[in-house]
Ligand binder design. Structure first.
Ligand code: PLP
Length: 500
């Protein structure tokens, strides 16, 4: 007779003690994060650790935890740190961490069926419908991120446009008329990729020029649609962006909704981070028109700080959403009672069948902090961006490259036409662990980009950023300089002088 085997601890008390220690250490890690560099490159020793062969024998849990502490934990992206301003990334919260652990304990499969996780996900859809001014029966689903949600929007809009000719059954080849989508040239690249993936072809995405504030030009859009109709194409989708990835610009959503309405097109908003501005009474006017969208893509893992990943796709018309994805399979059949009961399941609203419980960390985040405090953090980010902008405007060495619309500051070094100084400064700041801005290209020229999404980024951090920038520029120009004692670097073993 073979010995029974399972994966539970032999000694639950020992496991409890070891787990509590691991949790305590992670809580300390979060509490003390300001004392560490924002980023540390994984040394060869750490990378080497992950080149081994598949282990046949396991090791004790504490040994594995030790490896985690030594080779993994110190070498994270850095986005939890207040000086992380690169790209558009959320910071997470201690509460979110616990929620993620609790969800893993439940280990719910959220593809469907009759269990509470599905209700929690529906609760989030209802909340966001309220926040964005959508009807209460709007349909929503968690996805990995806004890239995926934007892709979904294309599929739903495509299937809606082809309608009775049933593109899911008959394929694109059976359809008449080439569908054309429109977005500003500032739109995220995932929109283009979605055109590719949906089989519509990237060349059928029209990238419409934007104005001086990098907002889509309505007149150019109208013109492009008319030209495409005249050429026999079928305009079907307008993608507006609420918070462009480069500079945080917000397209004139209300006017885009007008055009979509008159032209009988689907109006989708990519609001990856910017749509969440709707939670703030102060900022909500900026995203006026969002409430008229047919669908919205956004991320709880960006400006709401749910742990990665937690993207969301919200659709005004639940029937249109379901039509794009629902399928019949015997093993997914619904029962009148029991665990297989229920009507619409998440697997009817996207291609994933097995799915994790992303709703739980989002629910914990919103329940714990409330929409008002989360909105305050969003407003604070915008104020911090203004503070950095004011410093740059007053600086002799740096110059703004785009107006601050929300929370992103794009700037350059004066007299640095090829951007080589900017590039050097960004890499230096990363390598010294002082700050993590990113680099982007605006109108063909590199720009330093500080995207401020972190609830932990406060005035003292912005002021530290200005000191680091000046010092990095001096080093880049190889000028002698005095470090000054204004702000201590966030270097290893150093603590900040200034409290915030
Ligand atoms: C971040 C971002 C995306 C992509 O979202 P992911 O969650 O990274 O997939 C799309 N659009 C905009 C405007 C973004 O800022």
């Amino acid at each position: 007779m073979s010995r029974p085997v399972d994966l539970d601890p032999d000694d639950w008390d020992a496991f409890r003690a070891e787990s509590h220690r691991a949790l305590d250490e992670m809580i300390d890690f979060l509490r003390d994060l300001r004392q560490r560099p924002v980023w540390t490159e994984p040394p060869p020793e750490a990378r080497e650790r992950f080149t081994r062969d598949l282990p046949q024998a396991g090791r004790d849990f504490p040994q594995v935890l030790e490896d985690f502490d030594r080779y993994i934990k110190p070498y994270a992206t850095g986005n939890i740190h207040p000086m992380f301003m690169g790209w558009a990334q959320g910071a997470g919260t201690p509460v979110g961490m616990i929620a993620e652990m609790l969800a893993a304990g439940m280990n719910s499969n959220c593809g469907g069926r009759n269990h509470i996780a599905i209700d929690v996900e529906r609760q989030i859809a209802k909340w966001m419908a309220q926040a964005f001014g959508f009807p209460q029966d709007a349909s929503g689903i968690f996805v990995t991120g806004a890239s995926m949600a934007n892709f979904f929007s294309l599929l739903v809009a495509r299937d809606q446009a082809y309608g009775e000719s049933d593109v899911r059954l008959n394929g694109l080849g059976a359809q008449s008329g080439q569908l054309i989508a429109y977005a500003s040239r500032e739109a995220h690249n995932c929109v283009r990729q979605a055109m590719e993936l949906a089989g519509l072809g990237a060349r059928h995405l029209r990238l419409i020029p934007s104005d001086a504030n990098r907002r889509l030009k309505i007149s150019a859009l109208r013109h492009a649609i008319a030209a495409d109709r005249a050429a026999g194409f079928r305009p079907f989708l307008i993608v507006g962006t609420a918070g462009t990835v480069d500079v945080g610009a917000i397209d004139p959503l209300d006017r885009l909704a007008d055009v979509a309405h008159t032209e009988d097109m689907w109006f989708h908003v990519d609001g990856a981070f910017g749509a969440l501005a709707a939670l703030s009474r102060e900022l909500k006017p900026l995203v006026k028109g969002l409430e008229r969208a047919d669908s919205v893509a956004f991320d709880f893992h960006k400006w709401l700080h749910a742990p990665y990943d937690a993207g969301f796709f919200l659709v005004r018309d639940p029937k249109a959403h379901k039509r794009a994805f629902a399928a019949n399979a015997a093993y997914l059949s619904r029962a009148p009672r029991g665990l297989a009961a229920g009507d619409t399941w998440p697997c009817d609203l996207g291609p994933d069948l097995s799915r994790g419980f992303r709703a739980l960390k989002t629910w914990f985040t919103i329940e714990t902090f409330g929409a008002a405090k989360l909105a305050e953090c969003i407003e604070q980010c915008c104020r911090m961006a203004k503070r950095l902008e004011a410093w740059i405007d007053a600086s002799d060495h740096f110059v703004m490259r785009a107006p601050v619309a929300l929370n992103i500051v794009c700037f350059a070094v004066k007299d640095d036409p090829d951007g080589s100084l900017a590039r050097e400064i960004v890499m230096e700041l990363h390598e010294r662990g002082e700050a993590a801005p990113s680099l982007t290209i605006l109108d063909g020229a590199p720009a330093i980009r500080a995207a401020i999404l972190n609830h932990r980024t406060h005035e003292a951090d912005i002021d530290a950023m200005t000191v680091y920038l000046d010092a990095a520029l001096r080093r880049a120009r190889k000028e002698p300089h005095d470090f000054g004692a204004l702000v201590e670097p966030h270097g290893p073993g150093k603590t900040r002088l200034s409290a915030d």
